[in-house]
Design a protein around this ligand. Sequence first.
Ligand code: ZN
Length: 298
Amino acid sequence: MKRALAAILGLNLLGPSLAAMEVRFEGEGCPLPTNVVQTVTAELSRLVLADRALFQRLPAPDFEIAYHIHLDREQYRVRAKATGNAYEGVAGFTQTEQRWQLQPTRRLISVDTRVETWREQRTNELLAVLLHESAHAVTAAFVGRTPLWFNEGSAELLGTPAAARFKFRRQDESQRWRTLATLLEKGELPPLRTFLAAPSYAEWDRLFGGDRSCAYTASYSLFYFFSAQPAAFRFLVAWLDSRPMDDAEDLNGAFVDYLDQHWPGGLAIFKVQWHAWIKARATATRPHSNTPGGPGRR
Ligand SMILES: [Zn+2]
């Protein structure tokens, strides 16, 4: 495909001894407005620093991101369809190629990521998609393969909320927790094992009665649950580095099995703790709450 190259940016984020990340903007929807390119570039720096602090490691030394911007929605839709049904109905998608070194220790050597979307004219919507996909790209450079809930949960937490996807409104943190607390109260959260093992967006749609945004919110809360608690996050990272994860063809199922076998008390206790976390966060982030000693704002 003929490449309409808009920009190549070498981001030297990681110190002089490490290779820079290469970022390209290409496709018929380029050039993008300067402020969009600047925002994405700045957010990439932030995401790399956030992932580095969270995962306590360096990204793959060879790390490239190509943002392929299609001219219009129709051109993008044809392309999304050609990549398989997984990306139909979403505003952007990310595909990565990873190369691993296996000896003497297993580590990521290179990650090439291709982000695709179209030249949405509303800048906020375009940015929301680009930043969500950027979060996927950066996390892939740090940890490689991840289960679906982890993939979307980390992008929802670390990237900007994906306002433009599925036409759902931007949710702030308190809305997210209230949504989950309501689902919990009504008994409408799907069984945790089934949700964590879900391999596809189609399965998410089925589990949440067609409202895929709820699956993103549940994933966000699970990633939040782990990342806000150091011991829990160490547990998650230990699994990412483990043999069962390496050997697994079905990553989603493998993670549920690992959680059930290694979490103190198994999946049943994990579920109790996650539900308690949802209720506590919904209360703590509730607007207008009359918390004693709180800021007292309306
Ligand atoms: Zn995503």
